[in-house]
Design a protein around this ligand. Structure first.
Ligand code: F6P
Length: 553
């Protein structure tokens, strides 16, 4: 444990600011958004903020000026700004791993100075970015050739969690900026079907595997990487020498990379102060950089940096990540909201919510505070969602008329992507009409009298009534560019930070994934050899036996 752990903080729910919020919540009672809008003409433009290219409307939230002031007081009491500054300074705020948390250094401009243990880390960041750029250009131009002399046409990223979700999401998001001649795929699942489907139609001679693993010990990744190596060598009828031209590694662990047989000259490094789920703008982004080119990648980093600076320097009143974090705390604590929906109205953001699931749920899915005491307040919500309008014809029914409080973020763009077929451009207005219609319906609903006025039979009135009062945030930008993507991700990273700081949890460790890993290692011999696993419970023992019977063992 680091020095950041010294001195316990007042427990969150014993702070007077928390009590004040509870009282305020009681006063607010069932106040409807219809009433809040009626009481405050201009609310729809007053409750908005701009950061970079992102316009954020939070008017459709169950808050008043007083709520926001009380939430900011809570943030002040929790010293969110102090922890934020400590993070940016490179202090070891990841207390259980005694590590600095410096993903913000990954997008710091050349010339910035950020020190960890007395060493400026920024030159090293740019050294790796330059090496990635050089390599990407070689692959894109055809200068980098495979073992048989053919240029690379296929890139397969093998990684999992933070070493997969970020580049896979961003590749999808920025598809219209990618070199369409390249096939880029992502393999993460230890289910052999994933690798099988990714390589079955590829020419090994034209395929580059990028093995992405911070630790280079993750069983799924090492298993898939080994199978990919076997596939390549079999397809090429080549020996180990072929590996150097077809495998590169993204890792912090040079020894393990060398042990696997990848030349460390073909390794792109990063550092222990980059958490896996915060690593996509490090070397872990190599597959994306190859796809979009170094200039676009750098534009994305600039987008991240813009929001980092906003978060670092803007007062709480107009600090967007602060606001989003506080709203989440408000709903979790005082409305018993268990989940949070992220609903992008862009097909290109189809993997954005899955990416946020790791970012948010691995960071804030904790139930002890930074001192190890159990928390008795809600921490991270279940994050979920898929792109509109598909969700509208699936689960929106529950958001509109179900019994749960589900705050939701709606993310949309004024322009379709630049290379959309001209014949499809007109559909964009229809997409966005849905975007605006949904938040209106969620907020204002439809009263029984409005339903009756439509001539609906009395017995159907309750069924056709929409209570409304469902809180949403709208994030609108002109278009989905690399910079805007960087801005969006940084926004959510810092939102997660603000919430973790208030809840007083360590948002940067992930001990909860360990137990399953250890047990899987122990269970495997039971499946393959029928070995007796000490400590296997009765139910699991029976399931293992059933599995073996079904497999004819
Ligand atoms: O799921 C646990 C985890 O450690 C994540 O935090 C991480 O992103 C993922 O596994 C992959 O780890 P690595 O990059 O070391 O293979």
């Amino acid at each position: 444990m680091s020095e950041m752990n010294a001195g316990s903080r007042t427990r969150l729910n014993q702070m007077p600011e928390w009590t004040a919020l509870g009282k305020h919540r009681e006063q607010l009672g069932d106040t409807h958004l219809r009433e809040l809008f009626a009481a405050e003409p201009g609310r729809g433009t007053a409750y908005t903020l701009q950061v970079g290219d992102l316009y954020l409307d939070y008017s459709k939230h169950l808050v008043t000026d007083e709520t926001l002031a009380l939430l900011r007081e809570l943030a002040a009491a929790a010293d969110v700004a102090g922890l934020r500054d400590a993070m940016f300074r490179g202090e070891k705020i990841n207390v259980t791993e005694d590590r600095a948390v410096l993903h913000t250094a990954l997008r710091a401009p050349r010339g910035a100075v950020i020190e960890v243990d007395g060493e400026n880390v920024v030159p090293g960041v740019h050294e790796v970015l330059d090496k990635m750029a050089g390599f990407s250009e070689k692959v894109r131009s055809g200068e980098w050739t495979g073992h048989t002399g053919k240029p690379i046409k296929n890139v397969v990223n093998i990684g999992i969690g933070g070493s997969d979700l970020g580049p896979a999401m961003a590749y999808e998001a920025l598809k219209s900026f990618t070199d369409r001649e390249l096939t880029v795929r992502f393999v993460s699942n230890v289910d052999g079907a994933d690798l099988h489907e990714a390589v079955r139609d590829l020419d090994a001679a034209e395929t580059l595997f990028i093995i992405a693993s911070k630790t280079f010990t993750t069983i799924e990744t090492i298993t898939n990487a080994t199978s990919a190596r076997n596939w390549l060598l079999t397809e090429l009828k080549a020996d180990q020498d072929a590996v150097a031209k077809h495998f590169v590694a993204l890792s912090t662990n040079a020894d393990k990379v060398a042990e696997f047989g990848i030349d460390t000259a073909n390794m792109f490094g990063f550092w222990d102060w980059v958490g896996g789920r915060y690593s996509f703008d490090s070397a872990i982004g190599l597959s994306l950089m190859i796809a979009v080119g170094p200039d676009r990648f750098r534009e994305m980093l600039d987008g991240f940096h813009l929001v980092d600076e906003h978060f670092r320097t803007t007062p709480a009143e107009s600090n967007v990540p602060f606001l989003l974090g506080l709203l989440g705390v408000w709903y979790g604590a005082f409305f018993d909201a268990q989940s949070h929906a992220v609903l992008p109205y862009s097909h290109y953001l189809s993997k954005f919510t899955a990416y946020l699931q790791q970012l948010d749920m691995e960071s804030n899915g904790k139930s002890v505070d930074r001192d190890g005491n159990p928390v008795d307040w809600q921490t991270g919500p279940v994050v979920w969602g898929t792109p509109g309008t598909n969700g509208q014809h699936a689960y929106y029914q529950l958001i509109h008329q179900g019994t749960k409080v589900i705050p939701a973020d709606f993310i949309g763009f004024a322009e379709p992507v630049a290379d959309l077929q001209p014949g499809l451009v007109a559909q964009h207005d229809l997409l966005m009409a849905n975007f605006f219609a949904q938040t209106q319906a969620l907020a204002f609903g439809k009263t029984p009298d409005e339903v009756r006025a439509e001539g609906v039979a009395e017995e159907l009135v309750p069924h056709k009534t929409f209570k409304g009062n469902h809180p949403t945030t709208t994030i609108l930008a002109k278009e989905l560019t690399p910079s805007v993507l960087g801005q969006l991700i940084a926004l959510y990273e810092h939102k997660v930070f603000v919430q973790g700081a208030i809840w007083n949890i360590d948002s940067f460790d992930q001990w909860g994934v360990e137990l399953g890993k250890v047990l899987a290692k122990r269970v495997e011999p039971a499946l393959t050899e029928g070995a007796d696993v000490p400590g296997l419970d009765e139910s699991s023992k029976a399931l293992v036996a059933k599995y073996r019977t079904l497999r004819g063992r």
